[in-house]
Design a protein around this ligand. Structure first.
Ligand SMILES: [Zn+2]
Length: 307
């Protein structure tokens, strides 16, 4: 075991960390991210393939349309006129380089074209805003340039890039939603997401629980009143620091659950858990905390008695 074992999920802040010794896996029970595993990062050995400057240059480059596939190609190695200035052995080298570069760039081009089509498909399935789609494309492109796609499926990198872009734009999607849209297992998306954000040094703040409310509420067909009640509950919870150290999806779902009880629109813990992609146990625990610490028992009782 590692000396400084993970105590908190760096992604959602939850302290509910699960260790599976057999698999050598450390997982966050709240958001489902694999925080550590024995899997080899294939990305590493390919890094020398493209120098790091390439990535930085793209990052500061003009943010025109990132979703067109022919962007971000590497610089060409010389022009044909340079060839005549070279001596015998250098001429061979020149052609070898050109040939090598041609092969690489057509491969990258092909990959980008297919990947961006997939990215658009998943993005429209999830009804993501255009800026999020563009940012995801930018992240994907950087990942390709840094050779981070090696050893991973294109679809999982696309899903990971979209997940990261959603988080950055504060329109977070759950790993379950991303999994359904992309057809990739949520564990794999989380793993890829962690890998590319770490390698590309993309900083992502833990998401705000209330960012999830509108979508969870509409999936559960809850009224606007219940929805605003849940946001109110979340604000009160935040004020007494009840939201820290807990996964944002779990607490958002629990707040909705409480609000649904208060407004007489009861949903089961199972239903709420499914929509949020968390376990019923999480809902139950968060629910108990909210009821107790915010003195909400009387409000829930009041509704029960009305019936
Ligand atoms: Zn987490």
């Amino acid at each position: 075991m590692r000396k400084n074992a993970i105590k908190e999920c760096p992604d959602c802040g939850s302290k509910d960390i699960h260790r599976n010794r057999d698999k050598g896996e450390v997982t966050c029970r709240e958001c489902g991210l694999v925080l550590e595993d024995r899997m080899i990062d294939f990305g590493q050995e390919w890094r020398s393939f493209d120098d790091d400057k390439g990535g930085d240059r793209r990052r500061t480059g003009a943010p025109s349309s990132q979703t067109s596939f022919d962007q971000g190609m590497g610089t060409e190695i010389g022009t044909t006129s340079d060839y005549y200035k070279l001596g015998g052995s250098n001429k061979d080298k020149f052609f070898r380089l050109r040939k090598w570069q041609y092969r690489i760039s057509t491969a990258i081009e092909r990959n980008l074209k297919v990947a961006l089509a997939e990215l658009k498909r998943v993005s429209s399935y999830l009804k993501l805003p255009k800026q999020v789609e563009e940012e995801a494309a930018r992240i994907y492109r950087l990942a390709v340039q840094k050779g981070l796609v090696r050893g991973r499926s294109m679809e999982s990198v696309v899903a990971g890039a979209l997940y990261a872009a959603c988080r950055r734009h504060e329109v977070p999607r759950t790993l379950d939603e991303m999994g359904e849209a992309s057809g990739i297992e949520k564990k794999e998306i989380g793993r890829t997401y962690r890998f590319i954000t770490r390698e590309l040094e993309i900083s992502i703040r833990p998401s705000n629980p209330s960012d999830y409310i509108p979508r969870f509420a509409s999936a559960l067909k809850l009224s606007p009143e219940t929805q605003s009640k849940s946001v109110e509950i979340l604000e009160q919870a935040r004020d007494i620091e009840l939201t820290s150290g807990r996964g944002p999806t779990g607490i958002a779902a629990a707040a909705l659950y409480v609000a649904s009880l208060i407004h007489g629109e009861k949903r089961t813990q199972r239903e709420v858990a499914d929509v949020a992609g968390v376990t019923e146990v999480t809902i139950r625990n968060r629910y108990k905390e909210l009821i107790k610490r915010l003195n909400l028992a009387k409000d829930v009782e009041k509704m029960k008695n009305k019936k």
